[in-house]
Write a protein that binds this ligand. Structure first.
Ligand code: BES
Ligand code: MN
Ligand code: ZN
Length: 502
């Protein structure tokens, strides 16, 4: 699908559909909407007065033009209350109207720049949000099944002033990079585990590296043994798929040694291992590598946007399966940083592989560290499916991540790291054990990870809830969400030396 900025009056454009907006509570359409209303002999205002169109956020009303305009359809989209209008609203609304128009068999769509004039959103931000909303909202995982509807081929963003075109084009091209990276992460999560193995994860990472000029490394079992990664290798013991530790490095600031570390949990299938999970819903555990997918594709996007910053993604990847060679409850593992771990549940495997990945990141001198992991069911119970839990040992870094989440619409909520709960993960026979009791499970998991970051500033995002969406909503579709990609990109851009120029 192509997204273009064009100069012209939206009412005159020859397309399948034109899209105009309406804030909630407005009795008369204004601006572009008013011009279109006039061409339709007041059809829109009459629908408003009959309360059929209310302007509620994400409401999409299809009005047929029957030859009164060059376009076959006018879509009037509700923008909600004017005072609540923000970029995420524009993204959600765009996702919604794009899907509605695809269902109405539209191939070519023209839209006005929602929210920019009257909603108080900047020009570039609006063009970026429309682009992201369209690409994300129209996403389908089509590898194994034909899509239900034909694609929209072209979206035109119409503006009257020629001078605005360059800034809008810049918004479109950034939005495109970020949304496509998110969709790649979604593809990886939606792929079944018989395809998306640790080796395949390494393949994808390599493709990203080659395409965007990143440093790529992959360590296999023997190299991990030599580095002392007993925790990661312990989890891998039950599987015949070889584990991989993948790194992807972007160097955008050659003058600095400093580099951010983005770590992602890469369990390509989590059966629970010997502490096996109930079979109901187990198929969703093919997506237990959502954190890995997010960090990988985020670094790919960052490489395209070229901020002056260094970022290295680290992905520990393995399956978690039961077998005659599998890790057992009661086993003791030794992580790369020398700490011994008593395994109580083989289903608390994410923190084991991250223990080694974090130790490796610290050893590499990466700082600060951000990890993304589908770590605990407890976090889903605590915050529901929309929010990721945010944990950290450095409040200013936590605040930065939360700010980025606000801008991207990826919802997050900070959780406490109560020292007292460390009691729960004390072991009788090792330095630490891998599970606590049934209370505060997301917190004890984070406290476990904290044992492997030393003093490095670190933030952990537990994305077990928002990695999937149960339904179409705004720019989300059923299945993988690609949660975290956009926040990581936002963080890298906002921390870059040349941030004003990007
Ligand atoms: N991958 C799961 C967490 C998860 C659960 C993600 C549901 C998405 C949806 C993780 O490896 C796990 O199994 N965690 C256990 C930890 C427990 C054994 C302490 C859990 O949350 O039940
Ligand atoms: Mn598990
Ligand atoms: Zn898991």
């Amino acid at each position: 699908m192509e997204i273009k900025v064009i100069v012209g009056d939206v009412a005159q454009i020859e397309t399948d559909a034109i899209v105009v907006g309406l804030f909630e509570g407005m009795e008369q359409p204004d601006e572009a909407t008013a011009a279109v209303d006039k061409a339709l002999d007041g059809a829109i205002s009459s629908l408003i007065s009959r309360n059929e169109i209310k302007g509620k956020s994400e409401e999409v009303s299809i009005v047929h033009t029957f030859g009164k305009l060059a376009a076959r359809i006018v879509a009037v989209v509700g923008l909600g209350k004017r005072q609540d209008c923000d970029v995420d609203r524009i993204r959600r609304v765009t996702g919604q109207f794009c899907r509605a128009l695809r269902k109405s068999n539209c191939r070519k769509v023209a839209t006005i720049l929602h929210g920019a004039d009257t909603g108080g959103i900047g020009l570039e931000a609006s063009a970026k949000a429309i682009t992201e909303g369209a690409i994300l909202g129209l996403y389908c995982f089509t590898k194994y099944k034909k899509p239900e509807y034909e694609d929209i081929e072209e979206i035109l963003i119409a503006v009257k002033e020629k001078g605005k075109v360059p800034i809008l084009e810049s918004g479109v091209s950034k939005g495109k990079v970020i949304a496509e990276a998110t969709n790649l992460a979604r593809d990886m999560v939606n792929e079944p585990a018989n395809f998306m193995t640790p080796s395949q994860m390494a393949e994808v990472a390599k493709e990203i590296a080659v395409k965007y000029g990143l440093d790529f490394k992959v360590f296999d079992r023997e190299e991990m043994e030599a580095m002392g990664m007993g925790a990661l290798l312990g989890v891998a013991k039950g599987s015949s798929q070889p584990p991989k530790l993948i790194t992807l490095a972007y160097k955008g600031d050659r003058d600095s040694e400093k580099a951010f570390g983005f770590l992602g949990k890469g369990i390509t299938f989590d059966s629970g291992g010997i502490s096996i999970k109930p079979s109901e819903g187990m198929e969703d555990m093919k997506g237990d590598m959502a954190g890995a997918a997010a960090v990988m594709t985020a670094v790919g996007a960052i490489a395209q946007l070229k901020p002056n910053i260094n970022v290295t993604a680290i992905i520990p990847a393995t399956e978690n399966l039961p077998s005659g060679t599998a890790l057992k409850p009661g086993d003791v593992l030794k992580a790369m940083n020398g700490k011994t771990i008593e395994v109580i549940s083989t289903d608390a495997e994410g923190r084991l592989i991250l223990a080694d990945a974090l130790s490796y990141a610290v050893k590499q001198g990466l700082s600060p560290l951000i990890d993304l992991a589908t770590l605990t069911g407890a976090c889903r119970v605590a915050l529901g499916l929309l929010y990721s839990g945010v944990f950290g040992n450095d409040q200013s870094l936590v605040d930065k991540v939360l700010k980025c989440g606000e801008r991207t619409g990826e919802r997050m909520w900070q959780m406490p790291m109560a020292e007292e709960y460390k009691e729960q993960i004390k072991s009788e026979i090792a330095d630490i054990k891998n599970t606590g009791n049934r209370y505060g499970g997301a917190i004890t998991a984070a406290l476990f990870l904290a044992e492997f970051v030393h003093n490095t500033p670190w933030v952990h995002l537990d994305i077990a809830g928002p990695r999937l969406s149960s339904k179409e909503a705004g720019y989300l579709v059923k299945g993988a969400t690609g949660f975290g990609v956009r926040t990581l990109v936002e963080l890298a851009l906002s921390e870059a030396k040349n941030r004003e120029a990007i």
